[in-house]
Design a protein around this ligand. Structure first.
Ligand code: KG4
Ligand code: ZN
Length: 332
């Protein structure tokens, strides 16, 4: 529940991570089933915690995302809006990530937005009229996907991004040198499949199977527990991997911000939680101020979707009852 586009009255997130962790990644069928199970109690709780009974509109994610999960949200949102006789507003998931930052900060436009999550690594221009232009994107894996795949391969479980982030400070980021492919064509595009393969080769060359099997079986959750089952050389690998990904992200964000003469940089999406990325963004001389999401607003949440709906509410830009989920909905 969001008021005035900025004040978050309540924010309820029903995580399914435990369900998917057993399978080492998101299982689409389980995701929609879990959404179905969680949506009514989550919405009830959000209403209750907000202390309000009146609603002006219902915002819902139209896409991009897993079709089954989007359908659950859209169907329920339509029913709610219909029953309460209030407008339904369709929001792009990526625009939500942008508003996770914009709604909480005085972000000056034009801005450069870097969206880094499990599904996206995209650079957008947000112009003075708040229209979007795609400047670059990943040609293969998203940054979060690379974090998750490398973590899984090393036996750190799923989702592995946060584990790599916590362990990286214990390793030497200069220990392993990764050579990155030169981008032909749009030089603002990203590629993360090469570094993932490089990690795989590094592991294969050292016969780390015993170490990895032990780590998988360890049931570790805390940093101390992970450290107890992770030798120095692996910590160096983890730190070097994280450093390389961060460098790639910040280098292109800085260059695109310069190209569009941006007044600010927005970095949002699950990977924006990364402490190493936030620290590097502070240390690096970037061409303009950088804004990250507040805690709880970086990974997927409904507050950012509600915040993104406000300009549409003001413009009277409502969705019809025929609103359809779009798995590949583009922002620009
Ligand atoms: O935005 P999000 O919640 O969902 C998508 O729309 O994808 O992002 C989830 C992604 C996962 O790949 C997860 O590993 C990554 O964000 N992530 C992180 C960190 N926290 C979450 N990656 C690196 N460091 C983190 N601290
Ligand atoms: Zn997301």
């Amino acid at each position: 529940m969001v008021e005035n586009g900025t004040t978050i009255l309540s924010s309820v997130v029903a995580s399914q991570m435990e369900t998917h962790a057993k399978y080492g990644g998101v299982v689409p069928e389980l995701a929609s089933r879990e959404h179905l199970r969680a949506i009514v109690p989550a919405v009830r709780l959000a209403l209750e915690q907000s202390g309000k009974t009146h609603l002006d509109a219902i915002a819902v994610t139209q896409g991009p995302g897993l079709i089954g999960s989007l359908l659950v949200g859209i169907t329920y949102a339509k029913a709610l809006a219909f029953a309460r006789n209030i407008p339904l507003i369709a929001v792009n998931h990526i625009e939500g990530h942008i508003y996770a930052v914009e709604s909480q900060n005085a972000v000056e436009l034009p801005a450069l937005a870097l969206i880094v999550s499990g599904g996206h690594t995209h650079l957008y221009e947000v112009n003075a009229e708040h229209r979007y232009r795609l400047l670059g994107k990943t040609r293969d894996d998203a940054a979060g996907e690379a974090f998750d795949k490398v973590a899984k391969l090393l036996g750190f479980g799923y989702p592995g991004g946060p584990v790599i982030d916590k362990l990286a400070p214990y390793g030497n980021p200069d220990a392993v040198k990764f050579t990155l492919a030169k981008m032909k064509g749009n030089t603002l595009d990203f590629s993360f499949s090469g570094i993932k393969t490089a990690v795989l080769r590094w592991v294969e060359a050292r016969d780390m199977s015993a170490e990895i099997t032990a780590r998988r079986a360890s049931g570790a959750v805390s940093v101390e527990q992970w450290l107890a089952v992770t030798p120095r050389a692996t910590l160096d690998l983890v730190a070097s991997f994280q450093r390389t990904v961060i460098d790639e992200l910040l280098r292109r964000a800085a260059r695109s911000a310069e190209e569009i003469d941006a007044s600010s940089i927005i970095i949002s999406g699950g990977v924006a939680c990364n402490a190493g990325l936030q620290a590097a963004a502070k240390l690096r001389r970037l061409p303009c101020p950088v804004y990250f999401p507040a805690s709880g607003l970086a990974t997927d949440n409904a507050a950012m979707i509600a915040a993104a709906a406000f300009p549409k509410l003001e413009r009277g830009e409502f969705a019809g009852w025929d609103l359809k989920a779009q798995a590949n909905l583009a922002l620009a």
